[in-house]
Design a protein around this ligand. Structure first.
Ligand code: FAD
Ligand code: NAI
Length: 465
């Protein structure tokens, strides 16, 4: 069998690439080593974590939030197996959906580990030991990423867990220690705190969520602390000793000094992810990598003709929608079109309560580049809909170029921030200004009026503040 394109890996990057290529008339196959399609995102990442985040938020709201609205209910009871079933059913429906879409678009799906014996060939090693070699004009590597390990610490996925184990715990840990105040640590730390765990987050740096707008993160940290999450910033975990029932975690100041030992029932290691390229045969082919990432040019091409790469396995943020957009773009390029990804406008969302959502530059980025900017900020305490729904925590912050007024970055801390950020992304994609946003009619009463007010605030003319 000979193909125009074989995609290795069926995560958001790979399956979107395969479907788009098939839509454009390329004879396409996809190879996946898991038993289901959808990659880390659908199986052990975005989707299961959001199912647990939503369910645990509802649990907490019923436990603590409804009385203020005049709704009195009894103490809620946690049915963890049912909550896990909701998560598993959500995953099941999504991964089946991807299988259906691949079939509908006539993409041939092969299950097994893919490797590249030579450019133009993909070998598929199935679980039953059988092997077949497929011929293809082009190959897109979309093999994603894996958990970054803490040196000297063994992840057993029971007591010392990665995000994968943290999505599967069979009971609520009494004490959860989270190593790393990044996106996974704060999202999954939030899930288990809401369900009753005492959560301590140990972070190497002196701030949470490195890379996001600092002022927004400081406010966010205060809100998380109010919710009961404890932080030990500027600290590193140097040892984790697991015994059958729990673990002793040795924590040292990052700058040096005396260590302390914390007791934990479960330790979540969430210190990042690394590109996954094992068993592909890249070294023998001479495909260039840098710090584990496959090196590509602006058209997603590696240094070996006919081999391309996208998603978590290449440079850029490790986000599902970034992988998807790269998948679309490379498929279009391979079909002779002009696929393109605008890396300046990739939104990011942390799905905690409240959410943090951002797109574009932070104040720190602009200062580092010496770009003069104006700031417009509007708090949700001054938004009618937010008050009506008891969602007054947080704000919208808009950064606009001091000379041209072009919007360079938008940062939202608040309920539903992940939905609100989309209008900022569209505005920025079209090179819009804060004036454009301020002149756009926003429905009343909506949380998104705070986005318009923040745009008005750029020129100090917000109405409701
Ligand atoms: P992956 O999704 O990792 O898919 C790669 C696929 O390739 C896998 O299925 C793997 O089995 C397969 N594979 C690997 N090697 C081979 C081989 N040799 N042969 C055949 N198949 C192979 N991102 C967001 O944007 N939003 C979120 O809310 C979000 N939440 C997350 C929560 C968690 C807990 C985690 C861990 C990640 C989360 N992410 C989120 C990140 C997101 O999952 C990744 O950015 C995204 O999955 C990357 O897509 P990808 O296609 O590059 O790779
Ligand atoms: P991350 O890179 O977001 O955060 C890791 C944190 O661990 C950093 O703050 C880092 O300073 C800290 N750290 C590193 N080594 C440490 C040590 N030894 N001791 C203490 N702290 C240490 O990585 P995370 O949270 O594991 O997530 C991985 C990737 O998954 C992210 O890059 C993100 O893109 C993606 N993801 C995205 C989500 C979303 O979009 N909502 C949700 C979950 C994951």
């Amino acid at each position: 069998m000979s193909y125009d394109l074989i995609v290795i890996g069926s995560g958001p990057g790979g399956y979107v690439c395969a479907i788009r290529a098939a839509q454009l008339g390329l004879k396409t196959a996809i190879v996946e080593k898991r038993k289901t399609h959808g990659g880390a995102c659908l199986n052990i990442g975005c989707i299961p974590s959001k199912a647990l985040l939503y369910a645990s938020e509802v649990y907490e709201e019923v436990a603590h939030g409804l009385g203020k609205l005049g709704v009195t209910v009894g103490k809620p009871k946690l049915d963890l197996p049912a909550m896990m079933k909701h998560k598993d059913d959500t995953v099941g429906a999504n991964v089946q959906g991807v299988g259906f879409l691949l079939k509908k678009n006539k993409v041939d799906a092969f299950f097994g580990t893919g490797s590249i014996p030579a450019a133009g060939k993909v070998e598929v090693a199935a679980e039953d030991g059988s092997r077949q070699v497929l011929d293809t004009k082009t190959i897109v590597i979309a093999t994603g990423s894996d958990v970054a390990q803490l040196p000297g610490v063994t992840i057993d996925e029971k007591i010392v867990v990665s995000s994968t184990g943290a999505l599967e715990l069979s009971k609520v840990p009494g004490k959860l220690i989270v190593v790393g105040a990044g996106v996974i640590g704060l999202e999954l730390g939030s899930v288990w705190r809401r369900l009753g765990a005492e959560v301590t987050v140990v972070e190497f740096l002196d701030r949470i969520l490195p890379g996001l707008d600092l002022d927004t993160c400081k406010q966010f940290q205060r809100l998380l602390e109010k919710q009961g999450v404890k932080f030990q910033l500027g600290s590193k975990v140097s040892k984790v000793e697991a015994n059958g029932k729990g673990a002793k975690v040795t924590v040292e100041p990052a700058a040096g000094g005396d260590a302390t030992v914390l007791d934990a029932d479960v330790v979540l290691i969430a210190i990042g992810r690394r590109p996954y390229t094992e068993n592909l045969g890249l070294e023998a082919l001479g495909v260039a990598t840098e710090r584990g990432q496959i090196v590509i040019d602006s058209h997603f091409a590696t240094n070996v003709p006919g081999i391309y790469a996208i998603g978590d396995v290449v440079r850029g943020p490790m986000l599902a929608h970034k992988a998807e957009d790269e998948g679309m773009a490379v498929a279009e390029i391979l079909a002779g079109q002009h696929g393109h990804v605008n890396y300046e406008v990739i939104p990011g969302v942390v799905y905690t309560s409240p959410e943090i959502a951002c797109v574009g530059a932070t104040e720190e980025d602009l200062k580092a580049k010496g770009i003069a900017y104006k700031v417009g900020k509007f708090p949700f305490t001054a938004n009618g809909r937010a008050r009506a729904a008891n969602h007054t925590d947080g704000f919208v912050k808009i950064l606009a170029d001091a000379t041209t007024d072009r919007v360079l970055g938008v940062h939202i801390l608040g309920h539903g921030a992940g939905e609100m950020i989309a209008e900022a992304a569209v505005l920025m994609e079209f090179g819009g200004s804060s004036e454009d946003l301020a002149r756009t009619c926003h429905a009343h009463p909506t949380m998104s009026e705070a986005v318009k007010e923040a745009a008005l605030a750029v020129e100090k003319r917000a109405i409701h503040m």
